[in-house]
Design a protein around this ligand. Sequence first.
Ligand code: FDA
Length: 307
Amino acid sequence: MLGPVLLAAAGSDHVRRLVAGTPLTRPVVDRFVAGEELADALHTTDGLLDQGLTVTLDRLGESVTDPAQATRNRDGYLTLVDELAAAGIAERAELSVKLSAFGQALPDGHDIAHRNVARVVAAASAAGTAVTLDMEDHRTVDSTLAVHRALRADHPETGAVLQSYLFRSEEDCRALAAAGARVRLVKGAYREPAEVAFQRRAEVDLAYVRCLRLLMDGDGYPMVGSHDPRLIAIAEELAKRAGRAADDYEFQMLFGIRDAEQRRLAARGHRVRVYVPYGTDWYGYFMRRLAERPANLTFFARSLVTR
Ligand code: FDA
């Protein structure tokens, strides 16, 4: 029951001011976010690479309503690419971007976001790394997949995210598997209506398996974005049946969630990529992490009373 309430709060400016305004929130945010500065993200990345993991970096930001902010977000990513190249880690550290951070919700937002992300994708490609377009709420899916298709003409390594909770995703998986694309499959983290998305966890999980089968049997590069032990075991099995080698797909997990499992999979020879968010605009990301697991609220509450 708490999940939908928290997801509603994720979109509320009032609650944002309350939560983000208290310094007491900070230690809990630190569990999920690498820090506010680029240097923090690079430090975390170094530590993860040293453990045999790879990384995808998210410079936090979303739902931009000011064109100047969209440009600043794009430039922040361009600086990030320069820093990854300078540190010589671009091949092991990719980027994840949200098109709403690049202006997708503005008037003419599709074209603005496309232009902004194209600059980042070109810079990333020149530096020897790649970009994956995160997927946001269902109203953005057509636009994001159209941008993804266009970017792949010059940069086929650009990744997309599909969410198994959406009814449409099975068809999208089929299309992208045939197109040979890099696809991160996730369950989905937004509050979606029953007209477009499965509401029961069991249905979302079953849809995940159906989509995963399509991706594993297809021509692309599946990126298994989940911490769910059952789905991880099923992914291994489907990959084996499809004749995929260990470098022909990868597991992806979020920074701060099931760290031991991340290391265990890597030690068994799997490719594991950790999604590392950083920056000051952490509120929406943080609230989605609380909503996924309302037990996190206990952790949050305990940190408030033990200070
Ligand atoms: P599930 O929620 O069932 O969790 C399985 C287990 O993982 C839990 O029992 C718990 O142990 C652990 N766990 C999961 N979430 C936790 C949390 N917040 N705190 C503590 N433990 C937790 N979504 C989206 O809509 N668009 C996107 O672009 C992305 N991108 C993305 C990238 C990557 C790399 C990952 C791993 C996930 C995303 N997501 C996403 C989020 C995704 O949609 C989903 O909400 C979460 O991954 C949680 O779902 P699980 O598959 O982990 O299963």
